[in-house]
Design a protein around this ligand. Sequence first.
Ligand SMILES: *[C@@H]1O[C@H](CO)[C@@H](O)[C@H](O)[C@H]1NC(C)=O
Ligand SMILES: *[C@@H]1O[C@H](CO)[C@@H](O)[C@H](O)[C@H]1NC(C)=O
Ligand SMILES: *[C@@H]1O[C@H](CO)[C@@H](O)[C@H](O)[C@H]1NC(C)=O
Ligand SMILES: *[C@@H]1O[C@H](CO)[C@@H](O)[C@H](O)[C@H]1NC(C)=O
Ligand SMILES: *[C@@H]1O[C@H](CO)[C@@H](O)[C@H](O)[C@H]1NC(C)=O
Ligand SMILES: *[C@@H]1O[C@H](CO)[C@@H](O)[C@H](O)[C@H]1NC(C)=O
Ligand SMILES: *[C@@H]1O[C@H](CO)[C@@H](O)[C@H](O)[C@H]1NC(C)=O
Ligand SMILES: *[C@@H]1O[C@H](CO)[C@@H](O)[C@H](O)[C@H]1NC(C)=O
Ligand SMILES: *[C@@H]1O[C@H](CO)[C@@H](O)[C@H](O)[C@H]1NC(C)=O
Length: 306
Amino acid sequence: MASLCFFEWLVLLALALTLGPAAVETRRSLALELLVEAEERWGAGLPGDLPELEPECRRLLAAFAESSAELTKCLGRRARPVRLCQTCHLQYRHLLAQYDNIARAVGNSSESHNCAKSILTSDRLQIVVTLSEFFNETWETANCANCLKNGSEGLSNSTVVFLDLFNKSLTCFEDNLQGQTTYLSPNNYTEVCRNCNETYRMLNDLYNNLQRMNRQGGESGHSAHLCIDVEDAMNITRKLWSRTFNCSLPCSDTVPVIAVSSFILFLPIVFYLSSFLHSKQKKRILILPKRIQSNASLVNIQEKYS
Ligand SMILES: *[C@@H]1O[C@H](CO)[C@@H](O)[C@H](O)[C@H]1NC(C)=O
Ligand SMILES: *[C@@H]1O[C@H](CO)[C@@H](O)[C@H](O)[C@H]1NC(C)=O
Ligand SMILES: *[C@@H]1O[C@H](CO)[C@@H](O)[C@H](O)[C@H]1NC(C)=O
Ligand SMILES: *[C@@H]1O[C@H](CO)[C@@H](O)[C@H](O)[C@H]1NC(C)=O
Ligand SMILES: *[C@@H]1O[C@H](CO)[C@@H](O)[C@H](O)[C@H]1NC(C)=O
Ligand SMILES: *[C@@H]1O[C@H](CO)[C@@H](O)[C@H](O)[C@H]1NC(C)=O
Ligand SMILES: *[C@@H]1O[C@H](CO)[C@@H](O)[C@H](O)[C@H]1NC(C)=O
Ligand SMILES: *[C@@H]1O[C@H](CO)[C@@H](O)[C@H](O)[C@H]1NC(C)=O
Ligand SMILES: *[C@@H]1O[C@H](CO)[C@@H](O)[C@H](O)[C@H]1NC(C)=O
């Protein structure tokens, strides 16, 4: 061993002596090369456990972060009174698109940089998946699909009509309350009740129709709720109308109401009539033996007391 080391040392010494500064130069450049190679591997070379994302993936992640911030801002701002679906559907679609951009590369071997693997599945937190799931759940709980068009590019026609009527109702309320709040006496809402009953009734009818249609479509996967914007608007208006203004509800569909209530009213009469007729029929059958019996007892009594 020692002799080999000694031999090696001798060779090196001879080399150093013969080549001199050239050897030092080559050694230095070798070290530099190694360093550069290590840096490159750190940056991009090794697959899998890299501390840095590839630039393309970093761009996708930044885009997702941006759109999730936009959506969060919109949801928070439109929380009360609820205007989530009508205001934030564009932001939601952007977020879905960004998530899709990241997720699309799953199992795509032709893609050189697999962003889905490194962004969506590389750690136990998986924050991008968690965020996306949260937005999906929120959107589903709000039933926003219910007031958007099929392709969800904008509000559905019925929703537009409903929101327009809602706006008209609120405007009518405001107009008829003008100059009332300044008085100390309790507000007189008779004007509101009289002048806004038309719009209110239309709004109420439309809402009931939408609900009915939604329930009929309920078997095909839809839930029983309308979208939260519509529900909340109706909730607010109904509470104002009946609790704050104490207006009576104008009967919406009078014909079926009258039909049903008159049918219920006549039910006892029908019942008594039918039972009366029924018993009359029975009496006719029983009439003979009864009269004989009663006559006999009458005779008995008369005999007793005479
Ligand atoms: C795989 O990636 C290529 C290149 O980006 C793309 O054209 C193709 O649509 C992807 N395939 C799938 C199934 O996502
Ligand atoms: C959220 O919903 C969209 C569309 O329905 C779907 O493509 C996406 O995979 C969902 N996100 C998660 C994390 O499930
Ligand atoms: C929604 O659109 C898809 C195609 O974009 C169509 O297959 C589906 O039948 C439509 N659904 C309704 C309820 O219109
Ligand atoms: C919704 O309204 C638009 C324009 O007002 C009309 O072109 C479209 O046919 C309507 N859609 C439905 C489903 O009524
Ligand atoms: C109703 O809509 C008009 C025009 O879009 C708007 O200026 C007004 O503020 C709305 N009224 C209410 C009560 O939201
Ligand atoms: C409310 O105002 C109407 C007219 O606008 C009036 O006829 C009515 O007597 C008033 N009611 C009360 C309680 O002040
Ligand atoms: C609204 O109220 C007015 C006055 O009370 C009444 O004449 C009218 O018939 C009502 N309209 C409806 C739709 O109930
Ligand atoms: C209506 O409002 C009440 C109280 O303000 C609330 O408890 C209820 O959940 C609301 N209903 C809907 C359908 O939003
Ligand atoms: C609402 O109106 C009815 C009569 O229409 C009255 O008996 C009741 O006291 C009123 N309630 C409130 C809270 O004003």
